[in-house]
Design a binder for this molecule. Structure first.
Ligand code: DGJ
Length: 318
C-alpha cells in the first residue's frame, strides 16, 4: 500500500540527539520494525580514551524516525573476564536484531572479534523484549570460516540468512540460519570471490533482492557497490556503484550498515556511518533514500535538506 504521507528523518551528517539530549550511539547499526515502532540497535562507542572499544549494544526506539528514546545498553560488555567474547577490550560490531515469531524471541546477531580482528566470529544473543536485556549465548565461525562484517536478512517466509565477509574478507558468504535463528546452517554460497567487499546491507523489493556493500579500507570511506538477485542464494548480478553526484566515489564519506524498508511509505532508506576513527563515539549517521529506476537499478544521491529528503514514490526514470 502506498501512502502519500511524508516521511522524514534527521539531517544526514548532523549531530543526532536522543530524548535525553545525548548523542545517539548506534553505530554500525540496524533496525527492527516491531508493532509499529522502529527499534534501532548499534554500537555504543561512548567510552573514555583507553577504556576499551565499546560499551555494548544500545537500543533506541521511535515511531517517526525523528524522536528517539534511549532504552540503554541492552547488551553490555563485561569488564572482569578477559576470555569472554564481550570483554570490553574486544571488538563488538554491527549488531542486527530480528524477531522470531516461532520462539517469540528477539535474536541479536553481531560481529565478535579480538582487537587484531583475527578471532572473526559471529555472536548470538536473545531477549524476550525488543528493549532487552539480551542474554549472550556465544559465538561461532560459521562453517569453520571467518566471519567479520555481517548482517542478517529475514525473508517474508520467516527464513533468515547470514551474510558475512569471510576468507580474509576476500569473499562474502551467505548461509541460512536455523529456524530458531541461533545456528548457521551448513550450506552456504560464496559471492564476490576475491573482491574484498564488506559492510553488507540487504533488502527486498517487489520480489528482487538487493545487496549493497562497501570495499575494505578500514574506517576510511570507499565506493559502494550493489548486486541484485532473484534468489538470496544466488546468482547475484553485480551492477556497480549506486551512488551518484559529488562524493559518490566515497559513499558521501560514509559506509553502509543497513537498509530500512518503510514499505507502507514505499521508501527504502540506506543507513550509513560516517566514521571518525579517532573519535568513534562522534561518528555521524548518513541516511539517504534509495531511488528505483527501471530494470531493478538503484540510485543514491546526497540529499541533505529536509524538503529534498522526505518521502518519495520510489520510482523515477533516470
Ligand atoms: C570496516 C568495518 O566495516 C567496520 O565495521 C570496522 O570493522 C572497521 N573496518 C575497522 O577498521
Amino acid at each position: 500500500m502506498q501512502s502519500h504521507e511524508q516521511l522524514a528523518w534527521l539531517p544526514p551528517g548532523d549531530v543526532w540527539l536522543d530524548d535525553e539530549g545525548q548523542i545517539i550511539q548506534a553505530h554500525g547499526g540496524g533496525m527492527l520494525i516491531f508493532e509499529g515502532r522502529y527499534y534501532w540497535y548499534g554500537e555504543n562507542r561512548d567510552v573514555p580514551p583507553g577504556q576499551g572499544n565499546v560499551k555494548g549494544v544500545s537500543c533506541y526506539s521511535s515511531t517517526d524516525l525523528v524522536h528517539w528514546t534511549h532504552h540503554g545498553v541492552v547488551l553490555p560488555v563485561v569488564h572482569d573476564a578477559p576470555d569472554h567474547d564481550l570483554y570490553f577490550r574486544k571488538v563488538i560490531e554491527r549488531p542486527k536484531v530480528i524477531y522470531n515469531a516461532r520462539t517469540r524471541q528477539f535474536v541479536m546477531v553481531l560481529h565478535i572479534d579480538s582487537p587484531d580482528y583475527k578471532y572473526a566470529r559471529v555472536g548470538f544473543a536473545v531477549s524476550e523484549a525488543p528493549t532487552g536485556p539480551f542474554v549472550y549465548l556465544g559465538s561461532v565461525r560459521p562453517n569453520n570460516s571467518e566471519s567479520r562484517d555481517m548482517t542478517v536478512f529475514q525473508d517474508d517466509d520467516g527464513q533468515a540468512y547470514l551474510f558475512y565477509a569471510s576468507e580474509g574478507n576476500a569473499t562474502m558468504h551467505i548461509a541460512k540460519l536455523s529456524d530458531d535463528y541461533l545456528h548457521v546452517e551448513p550450506d552456504y554460497i560464496r559471492i564476490f570471490e576475491n573482491e574484498y567487499r564488506e559492510a553488507p546491507a540487504v533488502f527486498k523489493r517487489r520480489g528482487k533482492y538487493f545487496l549493497i556493500t562497501s570495499g575494505c579500507s578500514g574506517w576510511e570511506p570507499n565506493a559502494a557497490q550493489y548486486a541484485v538477485a532473484d534468489s538470496i542464494l544466488g546468482p547475484w548480478e553485480v551492477v556497480g556503484n549506486p551512488c551518484r553526484g559529488p562524493g559518490a566515489d566515497k559513499t558521501f564519506g560514509a559506509q553502509g550498515t543497513f537498509v530500512l524498508p518503510v514499505q507502507d511509505r514505499n521508501t527504502w532508506i540506506f543507513m550509513a556511518d560516517r566514521w571518525k576513527p579517532k573519535q568513534l563515539w562522534n561518528s555521524r549517521y548518513i541516511w539517504l533514500p534509495i531511488h528505483f529506476l527501471a530494470d531493478d537499478r538503484i540510485v543514491i544521491r546526497w540529499e541533505g535538506g529536509a524538503a529534498e529528503r522526505t518521502g518519495h514514490g520510489g520510482q523515477e526514470n533516470a
